[in-house]
Design a protein around this ligand. Structure first.
Ligand code: R7I
Ligand code: MG
Ligand code: MG
Ligand code: MG
Length: 306
């Protein structure tokens, strides 16, 4: 556990998001991002993945606990179409903003809750904050996801990313990390994919990006993206960050989110100092990201100084 690893995680998440965003979606979305993907100061913009991670981090920092009502309010207040939120998430956040309680609003969109990857893409923040409280981490991951992603698969994705992040902070090596993270998976969709990823890592295989996307997924649903993100982080854990992002982009699909998840786990393992400096220089709101990481680090339960 070090401040540098906390900053590596949040900056890695934001960099993965911003560098992956130009590859997300079809021709229409890519054209739109060429128009809105840069700030007026020439910085790289990030998307909903980073916005929701910051909202969650800043709420945890202020309340020194997971306060679901406050997190929901922050998500809704931050909503802006130009961050590229998922379609259901956009409708949900507008309802919360109009005053509907999140518990009622999210069931009004999808009766079983959303199984999109939006709950998992911000779960690394839960891994950071509860890194030294394994007994609280899983529950917090579930609660934080259920605000917008109450479907069991949406929640399972969040549990996977939160635990993978905490294990990366603790310095676990790829195969051991994967096995421990897999012990928290229960659905066939996740268990089957984690077993494939474990087999590849154990054998030292390096399947092509397209084959990984086909076997582990590259879509907007949690079950078809989270294992891919974790696998990419572990396969490239001891290789350059940008090689990992190129690999994910070559698999196409939900590139910003898979890169954000992989970037967070990779950054938690390697620390901010290993992130590519030129790209880091150009990311928007870098100071806010650094500050959020520092406050999560300082306030985390179990920290002797908190
Ligand atoms: O999961 P979510 O927040 O989207 C995140 C993605 C990331 O790629 C971001 O980068 C951003 O681009 O969006 O958004 P949701 O709308 O909750 O879920 C994503 C999609 O999954 C939905 O738009 C639906 O297509 C699908 N989906 C469902 N479809 C039917 N029934 C999710 N849950 C259901 C369901 O219960
Ligand atoms: Mg996004
Ligand atoms: Mg999008
Ligand atoms: Mg995405």
């Amino acid at each position: 556990m070090s401040l540098e690893k906390y900053q590596g995680c949040l900056l890695g998440l934001a960099l993965g998001d911003a560098l992956g965003a130009p590859y997300e979606g079809g021709p229409l979305e890519r054209t739109l991002w060429r128009l809105i993907g840069t700030t007026s100061k020439g910085e790289m913009r990030w998307t909903d993945d980073t916005q929701m991670s910051l909202d969650l981090a800043e709420s945890l920092a202020e309340h020194r606990a997971l306060n679901a009502d406050d997190v929901a309010r922050r998500f809704a207040a931050s909503y802006h179409w130009s961050r590229g939120y998922g379609p259901g998430a956009a409708r949900l956040l507008k309802r919360i903003r109009r005053g509907m309680h999140w518990q009622q609003a999210n069931r009004a969109i999808y009766p079983e809750g959303s199984y999109g990857n939006g709950g998992a893409m911000r779960a690394p923040v839960i891994g950071l904050y509860f890194a030294q409280r394994p007994g609280m981490l899983l529950d917090a991951a579930r609660t934080s996801a259920s605000i917008t992603h109450a479907h069991p698969l949406g929640i399972e994705g969040a549990v996977l990313l939160a635990s993978a992040t905490a294990l990366a902070l603790a310095g676990e090596e790829p195969l051991a990390l994967l096995r421990q993270a897999a012990s928290h998976c229960s659905s066939e969709a996740f268990v089957t994919r984690m077993a494939i990823a474990e087999k590849w890592l154990a054998a030292g295989d390096a399947p092509a990006a397209r084959d990984v996307a086909r076997a582990l997924g590259n879509k907007i649903s949690a079950s078809e993206s989270c294992v891919t993100g974790v696998y990419a982080a572990l396969r490239f854990m001891h290789q350059p960050f940008l090689d990992m992002l190129r690999f994910i982009a070559a698999g196409s699909g939900d590139v910003d989110t898979i890169s954000a998840m992989a970037g967070a786990v990779w950054g938690a393992a390697n620390g901010a100092g290993k992130l590519p400096a030129a790209q880091l220089e150009k990311i928007e709101q870098r100071d806010r990201l650094m500050h959020a990481a520092a406050v999560l680090y300082g306030n985390r339960p179990g920290n002797a100084l908190s």
